[in-house]
Write a protein that binds this ligand. Structure first.
Ligand SMILES: C[S@@+](CC[C@H](N)C(=O)[O-])C[C@H]1O[C@@H](n2cnc3c(N)ncnc32)[C@H](O)[C@@H]1O
Length: 302
């Protein structure tokens, strides 16, 4: 299945899908630094650049994946205009690509605030062109990484979603069980200030609260682009207190340590942190299972 990663950034979506065996054949990214990182890690994938200038043909790709800019959607948004904002309106370009290519699947990712700032419109846009869709919220901390990162994933399916299918396995997801596991991991990393020096081991994340106080929540807070000027988390380890370093940021997102360019500045490493590869992998795996069970149907056989 040929995959097109729109708004590809440093390639988190592509990495998750390729680790699940999908073949990424094209991407689209306009910014220089992320484009270079992407090219380093996916040298055979063509970068179309600006999505607004692309012309597509029907059947060009089987799957389109992409997280369009969240600038007007996120909690930090000044405009709060959602998908009608100046940058997040790029959803319409994503939608145009789906309408013109008509891939079998499309996967859209965005921040949690999309629930009230565009999800309705996206689902109804998809319905208008005959795509069934399911959506869910996945928190990275439930997919194997100690970071709180809630993201909305929408999966559109051209040939319909049979009623008996459970694309996002809602029934099987035992959040309570997972939560207990996460707490166990968190506890093993906790360091109690009252304990003696000899017991100093491991580390804890301390996340900045709205009041500007730092609190130990067990997992790290959501990594953000603006962490290069300010910072959300502090790490308390057996040496002292420090910021989360670029390699830890990559690990928290599920990327290999050498993902960035070797000579990259810290600003770039902080600014471009991609997306949760673990969560993407989980979604890609769900699509794989769905495809092997229902993939041979054609339109209208629900
Ligand atoms: C939310 S980020 C995507 C992150 C990406 N999935 C990753 O793993 O790094 C959105 C990306 O869209 C890119 N972008 C914005 N406008 C674009 C355009 N007109 N054409 C292509 N890419 C664009 C931005 O530079 C940014 O990297």
């Amino acid at each position: 299945m040929k995959v097109y990663d729109m708004f590809s950034g440093i390639g988190g979506f592509s990495l998750g899908f390729s680790l699940e065996g999908f073949k990424i054949t094209a991407c689209a990214e306009i910014e220089e630094y992320p484009s270079k990182v992407y090219a380093k890690n996916f040298p055979n994938v063509i970068n179309y650049g600006d999505v607004t200038r692309q012309k597509y043909t029907i059947g060009q790709f089987d799957i389109i994946i992409g997280g369009f800019p969240c600038t007007d959607i996120s909690i930090a948004s000044k405009t709060k205009r959602g998908i009608y904002g100046e940058r997040s309106i790029l959803w319409k370009e994503y939608f145009r690509a789906i309408s013109e290519i008509r891939p079998k699947y499309c996967v859209i990712e965005n921040v949690f605030m999309l629930l009230g700032r565009g999800l309705n419109e996206i689902l109804s846009d998809l319905a208008k062109i005959g795509y069934d869709a399911r959506w869910t919220v996945i928190d990275t901390k439930y997919t194997g990484s100690p970071q709180r990162r809630r993201r909305v994933y929408i999966c559109g399916v051209r040939d319909g979603i049979p009623r008996d299918s459970n694309l996002f396995e809602f029934e099987k997801r035992n959040i309570t069980e997972l939560r207990e596991k996460i707490l166990l991991i968190d506890k093993s990393f906790e360091w109690d200030f009252r304990e003696g020096e000899e017991k100093r081991k491991g580390f804890t994340y301390h996340t900045r609260q709205r009041s500007d106080e730092f609190k130990n929540l067990g997992v790290s807070g959501t990594l953000t682009k603006r962490d290069y000027k300010s910072f959300t988390d502090l790490v308390v380890d057996n040496i002292g207190v420090r910021r989360v370093c670029p390699t830890e940021r990559l690990r928290l997102q599920g990327f290999p340590d050498d993902w960035h360019l070797e000579d990259a500045s810290d600003t770039n490493k902080f600014k471009y942190n991609g997306m949760s590869v673990n969560s993407v992998r989980w979604v890609a795996n769900q699509i794989k299972k769905f495809e092997s069970k229902y993939g041979r149907r054609t339109n209208g056989t629900i």
